[in-house]
Design a protein around this ligand. Sequence first.
Ligand code: KG4
Length: 335
Amino acid sequence: MLILAIETSCDETAAAVTEGRHILSSVINTQIEEHKKYGGVVPEIASRRHCENISAVVDKALADAKKTYSDIDAVAVTFAPGLIGALLVGVNFAKGLAMSLNVPLIPVHHLRSHIAANYIDNEQLKPPFLCLTVSGGNSVITDVADYTKFSIIGQTRDDAAGECFDKSARAMGLSYPGGVNLDKIATTADFKKYPLPKPQIEDSIYDFSFSGLKTAVINTLHNASQKGETVDIPVLAATVRKRVCDMLIENTLLALEETGRKTLVLAGGVSANSELRTRLEQECKKREISFFRPELKYCGDNAAMVGVQAYFEYMNSNTAGPELNATATLPIDYI
Ligand code: KG4
């Protein structure tokens, strides 16, 4: 079954042609350079660029796969969650395409597709497993009982881990996308020099909170500047990175114990973080837990992962009609 998948949830216009877990083509048109000027994604600009680029990106995905529109068996699209104006471009394009080709339309949840990035060309990985999904807008520990059966075990109460990285990086003067650059320049953490707090959630051992940590980084930089002191940015970057990883890893290990799952999957843009990847791999090895994380090229937003999840959604009869709408916020266990 050949699926043409479309992704426009944030600042990447992406299209892919997929068949089950296999990727025939994956095209990503990123807007990073344009948003860099503003220090973050400007939603209206993102929507306008999606409008301009989507036809060419889809055409290239078909050409790269050496397929034509008539070869396509279904159209899949990210419909939630994300920037609403950005999502609407992809959803409307996909609806029109599915209708004109007379093929099924498959709506895909963005976080489900991030998890599916781990299935790409990897027949070994099958549910059930536990998954830590960390991106710019979400940080969630999910029990994945089946390809389309998810239950939330823990999640952030405020900012996502990616948001904490991005805003900390911006305050440190690093360019957008902050999380990537913070990870690149970070050296060795030093909590004596920069005593960043470790937020605890009283009524849930699995939930996260990152906004206090982000504020602490901003205050550290502000206080130093008021006193005319220089901040060792690579050390501060490593200290905040370690704090974020400590929280993500500790809660995930607790959830692994509680659920008894023997496989852990890491997903989302922050799964590209070097410390998070390495430390989770080591912790899983110690506990004889199988550990999976996406290839770096599939960590960020792309349509290949949308097509792969769409296949499983289709097999579970999760298709949509022309009334499909985009949704800015929607939990992963919505259905
Ligand atoms: O999943 P994603 O591409 O988009 C969303 O759906 O949010 O995630 C983007 C997030 C951004 O916050 C970005 O800074 C972060 O992932 N990110 C990283 C790294 N690479 C991307 N954060 C920390 N370390 C990285 N190496």
